[in-house]
Ligand binder design. Structure first.
Ligand code: BJ8
Length: 425
């Protein structure tokens, strides 16, 4: 696509072209410094570079082309929204979580200052007219997870209609029933927006497509257990981030190719850092595009990241949906069961997350854990204390970090992370 075609498309989406140009310029520079500067990158990273370079270009064009053929676009903010239902209605599902500070000052007109950066970011991107994904969405789906998001969707609904799913806060039988009902309610909404009837066959196909995407990501997670680490944490995070934007079938094929390359690397004992480099697992809040600050700091401090226990990480790929059901009832049950396994810190109690982190730390051979909470995120800040105790009991050192999207604390973070990495050496 030429520059003028890009601009014409963005103009039609009513983006603020000047602000959008400035955003893309900063992002391009960031991307170069953080990703393209890496040594020993995989050949498969060309796919990542291409998708990111076209994240506001060709991918948006694909969405517009699909819309002109009558397909709908659904945008969501949380891994609780069952994408299988969206696919079963032949719609396209994209993640809307934003990981940049742009527009945050505008967001503070709608939500309090002491709201986490992730929430301010998605509101800010809408108010500042910066996000072509929000502008392409025919249905925007929120969810009742943390209090910050719940209240933010009320305010957001005044700006753009937002459909909200009720996510339970416990894992009781009654909570599971509520969630099953919510899946059916979402299905009815998607059918209304798309004008399509979701059949059991279509749903089963959607489940298979997304399970295959999860399997490719599970394969990647397993390969990262090797020493030397065959892929950087930055590139692995980028893969997880792209999984929320790109076409699921194309993504799965590309990540499986990349995993083939990783296997060959592992067989030759090659890696992105020498064997015995301190290996860190990141756990906590999701890191939405382009939130790459902490991984950049960590991997610039002599460590390599070998796993991400977060929604933009193993939480979204760990559990598959049972594919054996044939009837609509069986398939909806399978979806309800799978989604109720998500161990978001918004649940109480949420003990399975402790076990899942310990299990992942063991599988990827982590020497240490960095718990990452966004400032003002109550659920994850609370659980950081618990994760620390769990890690202590396993003899795995942990560093707890609270930060936001600003670059002001980068030097301070570097000092803390370097000191932590030294203790692991
Ligand atoms: S399932 S983690 S994607 S809710 S950082 S907005 S929790 S104050 S993002 Fe999440 Fe779904 Fe849970 Fe995953 Fe609130 Fe915390 Fe902000 Fe957060």
């Amino acid at each position: 696509m030429s520059d003028s075609e890009h601009r014409e498309m963005w103009e039609k989406l009513d983006l603020d072209l000047n602000a959008h140009d400035a955003l893309l310029e900063v992002l391009g520079k960031f991307y170069g410094d953080i990703f393209l500067s890496q040594d020993n990158r995989l050949k498969g990273a060309e796919y990542l570079d291409f998708v990111l370079s076209e994240v506001h270009g060709l991918r948006i064009k694909e969405l517009q082309d699909a819309k002109s053929q009558g397909r709908k676009v659904v945008g969501s903010f949380c891994v609780f929204v069952p994408e299988e239902i969206t696919l079963a209605a032949d719609a396209i599902h994209v993640g809307l979580c934003a990981g940049a500070e742009a527009g945050s000052d505008l967001a503070e007109q709608l939500v309090p200052r002491n709201t986490c950066a992730l929430i301010k970011s998605f509101i800010g991107f809408k108010l500042a007219k910066l996000c072509p994904y929000i502008e392409s969405s025919d249905l925007i789906v929120g969810e009742t997870t943390c209090d910050g998001k719940k209240k933010a969707y009320e305010a957001f609904n005044d700006v753009t209609p937002t459909y909200v799913m009720e996510v339970p806060q416990t894992k009781t039988k009654a909570a599971r029933e509520l969630w099953r009902t919510e899946i059916l309610r979402y299905m009815a909404e998607v059918e209304k927006v798309t004008g399509k009837t979701i059949t059991a066959d279509k749903l089963k196909q959607g489940i298979k497509t997304l399970n295959n995407r999860r399997r490719a990501l599970q394969r990647l997670t397993a390969l990262r257990g090797s020493d030397p680490a065959p892929i950087s944490g930055r590139d692995a995070l980028l893969i997880n981030q792209i999984s929320f934007y790109d076409d699921p079938e194309r993504f799965t094929a590309k990540i499986n190719e990349l995993c083939d390359e990783l296997e060959a690397r592992i067989a030759e004992k090659q890696g992105v850092a020498p064997a015995k480099t301190p290996r860190l697992l990141i756990t906590g809040c999701p890191m939405a595009v382009p939130n790459w600050k902490l991984p950049f700091v960590i991997e610039g401090s002599g460590a390599v990241i070998v796993g991400e226990e977060s929604c933009i990480g193993t939480r979204s790929s760990r559990d598959l949906v049972d594919e054996s059901g044939e009837t609509m009832d069986e398939l909806i049950d399978a979806l309800a069961d799978r989604y109720m396994k998500i161990d978001c810190a918004c649940f109480t109690p949420n003990d399975e997350r402790q076990d899942n982190i310990a299990d992942l730390a063991e599988r990827v051979n982590a020497d240490g854990v960095i718990h990452y909470s966004l400032l003002f995120c109550q659920p994850y800040s609370h659980e950081a204390l618990k994760v620390d105790r769990t890690m202590q009991s396993k003899g795995i050192p942990m560093l707890s970090i609270e930060t936001d999207y600003s670059m002001e604390d980068v030097e301070q973070l570097k000092t803390r992370v370097e000191a932590f990495v030294e203790t692991l050496g």
